[in-house]
Design a protein around this ligand. Structure first.
Ligand code: FES
Length: 234
């Protein structure tokens, strides 16, 4: 699933896999805004002089977040990779390599809501097909790594998100929505379409990864099990 870089595919491809925007979609310029600059100063202070290149991933995230704030589409344009390279004193090719390797970086414009559907075995066994179908029905998106006609949504198939205990999982932008089924997925997407911010986490209200049917252990008298031993007397 990891992306790859070659000199041929810079500028073309799919979200998170390779710099993937046709040249016409690429902006001519990018500059960090005040909020990003404040964060950059904080990040760079973590690294010793001469080691600022270590901040390449956080800076690419800042680019993506700033683009989301400014345009509603959280992605990393090619020109912004060049700005990051200049800021960190790295050859641009090294920034391209990082941005195109990690799926978390979107290298072409995406919808306001990035629907990342986990279809790996645990989520699949727990109904990810239903999640996929509900996303397709609600957005009109037919394939993967495609944007909806209204520009609101992008659908990406992802590997295990590390939350299998609460499968199936749909990640929307940075939030995990867990324990979903088809109807709850539809309700979630309807809420997003209305501009609401649905609460992340379990959609059935379970606490963290607690068993769905409630506790199965430590069911006795808690006060008895936690009471300190009586002090010994001579
Ligand atoms: S398989 Fe979906 S979170 Fe692990």
């Amino acid at each position: 699933m990891s992306g790859h870089y070659s000199s041929e595919n810079i500028g073309y491809g799919t979200p998170g896999h390779a710099p993937s925007t046709a040249p016409a979609q690429q902006p001519d310029q990018f500059a960090f805004d005040e909020a990003s600059e404040t964060e950059i100063a904080r990040l760079l202070a973590r690294y010793p002089e001469g080691r600022q290149a270590s901040a390449v991933i956080p800076l690419l995230y800042l680019v993506q977040r700033q683009m989301g704030r400014q345009t509603g589409s959280a992605w990393v344009p090619r020109v912004a990779m060049d700005v990051v390279a200049a800021r960190l004193g790295m050859p641009p090719i090294r920034v391209y390599e990082v941005a195109t390797f990690y799926l978390m970086f979107n290298t072409r414009p995406i919808g306001r809501y990035h629907l990342q559907v986990c279809t790996t075995t645990p989520c699949w066994l727990r109904g990810s097909d239903e999640i996929v179908a509900a996303c397709r029905a609600a957005t009109g998106i037919k394939g993967w790594e495609e944007n909806s006609a209204d520009g609101l949504f992008t659908m990406t198939e992802v590997e295990c998100l590390g939350a299998c205990a609460n499968a199936p999982i749909l990640q929307v932008n940075d939030d995990f929505h867990e324990d979903l089924d088809g109807s709850r997925t539809k309700a979630l997407l309807d809420a997003l379409r209305r501009g609401e911010v649905p609460k992340p986490g379990s959609s059935i209200g379970r606490m963290c990864s607690a068993p769905i049917g409630g506790r199965t252990t430590l069911l006795g008298d808690e006060t008895a099990s936690t009471a300190p031993d009586a002090p010994h007397t001579a």
